[in-house]
Write a protein of this length. Structure first.
Lengths: 274, 356, 304
């Protein structure tokens, strides 16, 4: 079947793939654990001393905690709102007889591809006129719009796979269309909702462009903005940046490790079944 | 219990005609089976009666009341699906209680009815389990139970036994018959399996390509099929069909059948059909080994336990003959076959049976 | 007669219900996506300088676009963007394909491989940018350490060089996205029934033949879709440039969205920035139309 030579080749290639995927990030994480002297050493050192100095500095001097908090609120709110709206939209598109469902889905897909610059100016003006710049809702509402295509897409595919006859049975048993959705479909939508939530959360957590634009005051800035604008007094505080970056990525890495199957199936749902 | 009346129902899907002018009637307490091959429109017909789909033309009356435009929940019907369609997130008890809950029945009455249905179907031990923990047969019974608790005017069954294995199917057939007798319920049952139809039905409606081919009691469908399709579809093993031309000879009318290289004597009443093309249908059980007008080389012996089916080949076609299990014929032998002219079914050129 | 007219009442109710369910979604999309796009086009026809509100917002027709066509920085940004799209997409899909093929063969450690590939995707782009900026750092970076060891005098200031800075941005994007492409393609690979390969092997087809005749054709839909998404995303590159190079050195890594951002917000020329935004939108639209035309069969084959 597979020659030992081939096995070795594939083993090496696979190891190479893993190494190249993880090495850069690992380097960054190692950097965050170095001492001040190690980071500014020329030539750079490889192994850290194992100091939490940068983490402490990131929290105390650079306000990492409040960036984290803002990101949590924004990403959390976005996820809740997007998924709620998406469930209803997806059910309508997947199951109800609508002549325009294909068009609506296509439209949503198109929205997902709009360049941020094309939206940014007018969105900024809308928010400014409502006094919502530098507020949580000012960022969450555009985020919901940006993540709806993703959420609706995933949930539509999910709903399409539920057995059709369940709805027929419920209709015969005396449900109106709303009750069918509420009592039968929703309780069964947990897996799809879960997948969609994870992907929406990750997107909202990582988004930078609108966060940069809408949150100009430090008080409400999210992690990506904080990390991008990290400035030291005299030099680039690489150690602190590395520490902040690790903290920003940690929740996502945990999510990925725990839910990788779901994430991959959600992402590839479009490609394979869409 | 109620009577079902369907008048002139037609339905097209995306330009294709699925049902054409279907009119049937199921009397109070009747068990009618719609029998037909896949794609004949029988499931569509059931969905229209249930209200899950809307017809293009025609009307549906349940218990004298026109329900043609009503949603399913207002038609007083219950349906058992081929895939059972049990609510996976609810226990058996909750599944059974669901339709009653939707109708706003009081809690006590609900639990009483659920217990009654569970007892009737042997589900008492499983009330707390979820559908995924049950076997196919058990799930089927829960599906039936869910239909039962509502005591609807009409029961609809969409090939409910197709997903069960052969042995279970037989047991369920008996249970369904018993249930029907016990409840005196009006039932409309859809299937492609003619054994199910023959054993369960008080009346069979054969459906093909969206049109009703014949309506009658099982015996009638079998002994007096209205056309070639019904004759060929009902009966296992399939009926033998001999095509040919009638020739009036000295001894009487004969069917000249080139495909079997046979000259088959026909009953005297066939004399007026001289010169016409005809198909003669002979069921395998009306053939036997012995001197006679038909025959062929024994190609295959199907041993099905209590009897054997012999497949005889001659010219371009083959005959199926039913014989006893201890028949000593061997493959490769050339045998002759006797016939029973009284059992012949004669069909004209268009496939319609000629009744005498 | 009965039936024909009456049944549409039920259908109508179902349709109404469906539209009702869609309304919140459509509301968001209308307000924060379609209106802004339209408004961008309107804004691009005006002259708006945020820092000088007293000048008003006069209508200037296509003046912004004329200026755009003659703007060397904009041209550079356009060239850079197209270069970025071309190179990164080809590299990502190519590498992704190779990685997917390798991973498909793996029997053990699938989860580890998957997790390893997902992490670059999951990392915020801003973090990726800072990370690569650090790796490329002239004094403290990993790249210099890896290439030149302790020969400090040989250390290059990668991000200060016009060519290498663009290469660095591309490299960072390829690192982040090829693993994502690999995941999509891997999922596609795993839908190919093993029996196809076995039948081919019995028929005497070697590894390359099997790849060419079975694997690649079966992957066409996934490839087409991955290509579409990747290209659309590549046109919108911003985060990497903002953090790694700020468009520099000079204009070497300026890209359309970054330039648009600069003009619109950093410098407050909202009208002119809007014309850039419309340009990017037009490019993305044109590219997607082109893709749909080229790959329609591949993309919609799944639906059939």
């Amino acid at each position: 079947m597979r020659t030992p030579g081939e096995k070795l080749l594939f083993g090496l290639s696979a190891s190479l793939v893993v190494f190249l995927s993880l090495a850069p990030f690992l380097w960054f994480v190692l950097t965050s654990l170095k001492s001040q002297g190690q980071v500014t050493a020329i030539p750079p050192t490889l192994w850290p001393e194992g100091s939490l100095h940068f983490y402490r500095a990131a929290f105390s001097q650079y306000g990492l905690l409040h960036f984290l908090g803002n990101s949590l609120v924004v990403a959390g709110l976005t996820t809740i709102i997007t998924v709620s709206v998406a469930i209803f939209a997806a059910y309508a598109l997947a199951r109800l007889r609508l002549r325009w469902s294909g068009a609506v889905l296509g439209l949503l897909l198109a929205v997902g591809m709009f360049p941020q610059t094309s939206l940014a100016g007018p969105v900024w003006r809308i928010l400014q006129s409502m006094g919502w710049l530098n507020t949580y809702q000012g960022l969450v509402l555009p985020y919901v719009t940006l993540t709806l295509p993703l959420g609706v897409w995933i949930l539509t595919i999910f709903f399409r796979e539920l057995p059709r006859e369940l709805e027929g049975a419920a209709l015969i048993d005396g449900c109106n269309r709303w009750q069918v959705l509420w009592r039968v479909i929703l309780p069964l939508s947990a897996p799809g909702v879960f997948t969609a939530s994870i992907l929406v959360f990750i997107y909202a957590w990582n988004e930078f462009f609108f966060a940069l634009l809408i949150m100009s005051e430090r008080a409400r800035q999210t992690l990506p903005v904080g990390i991008a604008l990290f400035q030291g007094q005299y030099t680039m505080p690489w150690g602190e940046i590395a520490a902040a970056s690790t903290m920003a990525t940690l929740p996502l890495v945990i999510m990925v490790l725990l839910f990788q199957r779901r994430i991959v199936s959600g992402l590839s749902a479009g490609a394979i079944k869409g | 219990m109620a009577e079902l009346r369907i008048e002139n129902l037609s339905k097209s899907y995306q330009g294709e005609r699925v049902l054409e002018g279907v009119s049937i009637q199921v009397p109070h307490g009747g068990f009618s089976v719609i029998l037909g091959p896949s794609g004949c429109g029988k499931s569509t017909l059931l969905r229209l009666v249930a209200g899950l789909d809307q017809q293009d033309q025609g009307a549906i009356f349940i218990d004298g009341r026109e329900v043609s435009a009503l949603p399913p929940k207002e038609r007083d019907v219950a349906m058992v699906f081929q895939s059972y369609a049990l609510y996976p997130h609810m226990s058996v008890a909750e599944n059974l209680a669901f339709p009653l809950k939707m109708r706003g029945m009081a809690k006590d009455s609900i639990s009483a009815k659920v217990r009654e249905a569970a007892r009737l179907l042997g589900l008492e031990q499983m009330l707390e389990r979820k559908p995924k923990e049950l076997s196919g047969g058990q799930r089927q019974r829960v599906a039936i139970g869910r239909a039962l608790v509502r005591e609807p005017a009409l029961f609809l069954f969409d090939e409910p036994l197709s997903n069960l294995d052969a042995q279970l199917r037989q047991g369920m057939r008996v249970e369904l018959t018993r249930l029907h007798e016990r409840l005196s319920a009006t039932m409309l049952y859809v299937t492609h399996d003619q054994v199910e139809a023959m054993t369960l039905a008080t009346e069979i409606m054969v459906l093909a390509q969206g049109k009703v081919q014949q309506i009658g009691a099982p015996r009638e469908i079998y002994d007096q099929p209205a056309n070639l399709f019904v004759a060929g579809f009902v009966g296992s093993p399939a009926i033998n069909l001999l095509q040919g031309m009638v020739r009036l000879e000295a001894e009487g009318p004969r069917l000249h059948c080139p495909q079997l290289d046979a000259n088959l004597p026909l009953p005297g009443k066939a004399a007026p059909l001289d010169g016409k093309r005809l198909t003669v249908g002979i069921r395998p059980e009306h053939l036997s080994l012995g001197p006679g007008p038909l025959g062929g080389e024994l190609e295959l012996i199907e041993r099905i336990g209590a009897e054997n089916i012999l497949h005889l080949r001659r010219a371009q076609s083959s005959l199926r003959v039913r014989v006893e299990a201890d028949c000593q014929a061997k493959a490769g032998e050339t045998l002759t076959v006797q016939t029973d002219p009284a059992a012949y079914l004669l069909f004209d050129e268009e496939g319609k049976r000629i009744a005498f | 007669m009965s039936g024909g007219v009456r049944h549409s009442a039920q259908l109508k109710r179902e349709r109404l219900f469906a539209w009702g369910l869609l309304t919140p979604c459509l509301f968001f999309v209308a307000l924060f996506a379609f209106y802004p796009i339209a408004q961008s086009m309107v804004l691009s026809l005006h002259r708006i300088i945020l820092s000088l509100p007293q000048l008003g917002d006069p209508f200037v027709g296509l003046a912004n676009y004329v200026r755009l066509a003659q703007d060397p920085e904009a041209l550079r940004a356009l060239v850079n963007t197209c270069l970025f799209v071309l190179v990164s997409t080809i590299l990502e899909l190519g590498l992704g394909m190779v990685m997917a093929l390798v991973m498909d063969q793996a029997i053990k450690g699938r989860s580890l491989l998957r997790a390893a590939l997902l992490i670059p995707w999951a990392i915020p782009t801003v973090v990726t940018s800072q990370m690569w900026r650090f790796i490329m750092s002239d004094n403290y970076g990993l790249l210099n350490l890896a290439l030149f060891g302790h020969e400090v005098t040989a250390y290059q200031a990668w991000l200060a060089d016009p060519f290498w800075s663009l290469a660095a941005v591309i490299l960072a994007d390829v690192w982040k996205t090829s693993s994502f492409a690999a995941l999509i393609l891997l999922a596609g690979l795993q839908t190919i029934p093993e029996e196809l390969y076995e039948a081919a092997r019995i028929d005497g087809a070697g590894s390359w033949r099997r790849l060419w005749h079975i694997t690649l054709p079966a992957l066409k839909p996934a490839l087409a879709l991955a290509l579409l998404f990747r290209t659309m995303d590549a046109f919108r590159v911003f985060d990497l440039v903002f953090v790694m190079t700020q468009g520099g050195p000079g204009n070497a890594t300026n890209v359309l969205q970054f330039y648009g951002y600069q003009k619109m917000f950093a410098e407050g020329f909202m009208g002119y920035g809007a014309s850039l935004a419309v340009l990017v939108f037009g490019l993305v639209l044109a590219a997607s139309v082109l893709y749909l035309a080229l790959f329609r069969r591949a993309l919609f084959r799944e639906a059939a």
